[in-house]
Design a protein around this ligand. Structure first.
Ligand code: ATP
Length: 313
């Protein structure tokens, strides 16, 4: 990604952002751009600086230095109504009814009541919340409230969606739902940036990604660029049995063992046939596949590189 700030193709342009809290650098020289209509995943472990970066984009906190252009300009009241923001700290008024909540947020974004009602009901239906429209927020389950908050973020049909951990607190069915809505919004030309540490979901939907660790960008680019940077000697196996012996092979590295599934890298793909024969003798093998590295493996590797105390790979 290049960092020249002058193109209208970009909905977001960040250049050399820095933010310190009490002398500790939370965001350390972060630069990236987001093209109109793309989905960008801002990935990183806990405390990496994702929320701080998103909050700076939205002018909630000011950077100590750096340049931010959002929708082609510096953040203003006008830009605000063109953006939908889902904060990490969800905040709805517990005593307010669902429909009134949508009116409250819709009006904040300059919508008329009729428009709020039509779009609100349409979204409540989509999120399977229509029957709760006259109930108070406190009567909703955590996941339902999370879905309602998501609706408040998109009710005004923003051009740019900024979602801080949109999947947190949702069950797998609702994660799918939010993922589908994100993809549907992309099909309507909406640009989306979201933060997450759920790599499996990020992998399915991002066009580009920026991975940060300790406030610094450690990887960026399209998914295929990032993956090709990590090589093509990866294997995935599905197995039953005790596979701990695999750590003793010196041509295997970067092992991620999930108990009945394992991903690892071979120093040379030539070893794969010998390895397969060996594994079949010692384990019950259900799948053995040469694959590209998963975003999860890349993420774990990058994070561990930056924090050696978190363990050897
Ligand atoms: P998570 O995935 O856990 O939400 P994150 O990547 O969003 O993490 P941030 O919330 O941006 O990380 O935090 C980055 C660093 O900045 C952390 O060390 C955090 O403790 C610190 N930090 C964030 N906000 C503040 C604040 N208001 N005051 C002091 N330190 C802060």
């Amino acid at each position: 990604m290049t960092n020249t700030l002058n193109s209208s193709d970009y909905v977001l342009e960040l250049e050399h952002l820095v933010k310190d809290f009490d002398g500790k650098r939370a965001v350390d020289d972060i630069s990236f751009k987001l093209k109109r209509g793309d989905i960008l995943g801002l990935l990183g472990p806990n405390g990496a600086g994702k929320t701080t970066t998103l909050r700076m984009l939205l002018n909630i906190i000011a950077p100590d230095s750096g340049i931010i252009k959002i929708l082609g300009e510096t953040f203003s009241e006008k830009t605000k109504n063109r953006i939908g923001f889902l904060p990490e700290e969800r905040g709805l008024y517990r005593k307010m009814k669902v429909m009134d909540t949508l009116s409250f947020f819709g009006e904040l974004k300059g919508m008329k009541s009729a428009e709020i009602r039509t779009r609100g009901l349409e979204l409540l239906k989509k999120f399977d919340l229509e029957r709760y429209k006259d109930r108070k927020v406190e009567e909703l389950s955590k996941g339902m409230a999370q879905k309602l908050q998501f609706i408040t973020t998109i009710i005004h049909s923003p051009e740019l969606l900024i979602l801080d951990e949109p999947f947190s607190g949702l069950d797998p069915v609702n994660i799918e739902l939010v993922k589908d809505i994100i993809l549907e919004m992309k099909r309507h030309g909406i640009t989306i940036i979201f933060s997450t540490h759920l790599m499996d979901y990020a992998e399915k939907i991002v066009d580009t990604m920026v991975m940060i660790n300790n406030g610094k960008v450690v990887l960026d680019g399209t998914l295929s660029q990032v993956k090709s940077e990590f090589g093509s000697n990866f294997l995935k196996i599905k197995y039953e049995g005790d596979a701990t012996f695999i750590t003793s092979y010196d041509y295997i590295k970067n092992i991620q063992d999930y108990g009945n599934e394992m991903e690892f890298e071979l120093t040379n793909l030539e070893y794969k046939d010998t390895l397969l024969k060996d594994l079949i003798n010692r384990l019950s093998i259900h799948a053995f596949q040469v694959t590209e590295p998963s975003l999860n493996s890349i993420f774990i590797r990058k994070v561990r590189e930056g924090n050696p105390a978190q363990g050897e790979l």
